[in-house]
Ligand binder design. Sequence first.
Ligand SMILES: Cc1cc2nc3c(=O)[nH]c(=O)nc-3n(C[C@H](O)[C@H](O)[C@H](O)COP(=O)(O)O)c2cc1C
Length: 253
Amino acid sequence: MAISDADGARAKVLLTRLATRQAITSIDERDRELVDLLVGKGIVLRGGCDLASRIARPGGKRVCQNLVLGVSGAVYATHIVNYVWPLRYQFCERLNVVLTESARRFVVPEAFTRLGARVFGDLFALYPDVQVPHIELAQQADMVLILPASGHTLHKLSSGACSDMLSLIVMATRAPVVVAPSMNAALWTSPAVQRNVTQLRADGVYVIEPSIGYAVSASDDAQPELGGPGVSTINVANALAAVLAAHKSGPAS
Ligand SMILES: Cc1cc2nc3c(=O)[nH]c(=O)nc-3n(C[C@H](O)[C@H](O)[C@H](O)COP(=O)(O)O)c2cc1C
């Protein structure tokens, strides 16, 4: 069923009314049909039980004890602090964040430490209670997630570079490694980046394909394009839990 101009006008009034609690209790039958239509098309997310069932919260013990979150220097690093809450409260018991040098141009370490994560980055710095961070973090990790993964980081990891703390951790860990590339469409579709992604998959790395996003270089009237991170704050815990379960059950026969 399509949304007509008349429906569009009613929807505008309705959405304005829905912004207040009183309006929700006084919704009439015609508007209810319109709400169902908007929900069906995914334009409006219904709250209450329906919404709760879409955002499953793993109850009790979190499925991952130690998560290493590597943040590289893609512009989406500016959003990553928003992932800390769902990761810490829905997925892992302990969160260690590793920032590349470029990532630190986009986000400050304190943004993560204020939310209860430990932050690492400088390979040669001294950190309290940790002798050799890149080895200890690699050994303790139940999963290494790189979000966002820049084109440069994909290159380092696919060629086995051991050149900074993040690449050393990835090489030294035996835990599942998940990368979520984020870059503009031209970079993502380049033969070299695709070659690196193919190599990473062959090495057993889980790749979360990019979704649609805005390129940082986009002009005011630009359309969204392929290259945004493929996982959101809403589904990150469930997506990683699925990877962990699949990894534990071994390759499909
Ligand atoms: C403003 C700006 C935005 C950038 N955004 C991205 C991006 O979204 N994805 C990407 O792969 N590289 C991006 N880059 C380039 C990376 O920062 C650069 O390749 C860097 O060497 C990445 O280093 P790292 O992977 O070690 O963190 C951006 C650079 C600048 C200056």
